[in-house]
Write a protein that binds this ligand. Structure first.
Ligand SMILES: [Zn+2]
Ligand SMILES: [Zn+2]
Length: 249
């Protein structure tokens, strides 16, 4: 009898694995329920960002801050990036989170973002400042209501709530997407900015005067979406706004 050491929960998971096998979103090999949606080998291929870069010129910059000569017309201070889009399973994980309803993928992706934020914090801590003990709040890029209704959730919101809970930072629902826009991935440079112009607004009756805000999104390419969100937050009185993303697309 001593060989039977499975708990009820383990037996449940074994039965679930047998009835509903799960496959790695990246390589398609079967994974155990406890391993989530990415196999061990693929998880090992995720590379965290060690040195942040300026979102404009892509040269090294602490915390992903815009260089002073790269900041023109930007409302964000910088964009903190967590991992690389084209390394390992990241791209597939984001795709499945956004378009295939695999909301469970938010947790492992949020872990990567937490690590990136904590790493950035070291530098902020040197300046005797801690994002967790400050007036920093986390918010997220909103989704148009009709799109959220079709998809069932806003992936950026789930990521933001995971990060906020884990790092004990307040998460606030600050922004709305007023108009439905074309997907940014379909457009290039200038067209991206135009596409989003006037698309976002700060929710009515919200006071963010002098607030420091971190806006969470999945992927950034030109930084247009995050800067457009930052612009309305800044106009509403926010003091300092950062972007936090999984990866640069
Ligand atoms: Zn795999
Ligand atoms: Zn720069």
């Amino acid at each position: 009898m001593s060989n039977f050491k499975f708990s009820i929960n383990e037996i449940k998971l074994l039965i679930l694995d047998f009835l509903f096998p799960k496959y790695c979103v990246n390589c398609g090999s079967e994974v155990l329920s406890t391993d989530g949606w990415v196999c061990f080998e693929c998880t090992q291929k995720i590379v965290p960002v060690v040195s942040q870069i300026c979102p404009e010129c892509e040269k090294l910059s602490p915390m992903g801050e815009y260089h002073s000569n790269c900041r023109k017309g930007k409302s964000l201070k910088g964009i903190i990036c967590s991992t690389y889009f084209h390394e390992g399973p990241v791209r597939e994980m984001i795709h499945n989170l956004k378009y295939n309803g695999v909301s469970e993928l938010a947790a492992p992706l949020a872990r990567l973002m937490e690590r990136a934020l904590e790493k950035s914090e070291i530098r902020i801590l040197n300046d005797k400042f801690d994002v967790r003990n400050s007036d920093f709040v986390i918010t997220y890029v909103p989704m148009h209501n009709s799109r959220k209704a079709t998809r069932g959730y806003n992936h950026a919101e789930i990521l933001a709530r995971e990060i906020g809970q884990k790092l004990n930072i307040k998460v606030e629902d600050l922004l709305i997407k007023k108009s439905k826009t074309r997907r940014q991935a379909e457009l290039s440079g200038n067209a991206r900015r135009k596409n989003l112009s006037g698309a976002f607004a700060v929710k009515p009756d919200i006071c963010i005067k002098n607030c420091k805000i971190i806006i969470v999104d999945d992927v950034t390419t030109t930084g247009s979406t995050l800067n457009e969100c930052a612009k309305v937050l800044k106009t509403a009185g926010a003091k300092e706004i950062w972007g936090l993303v999984i990866a640069r697309g």
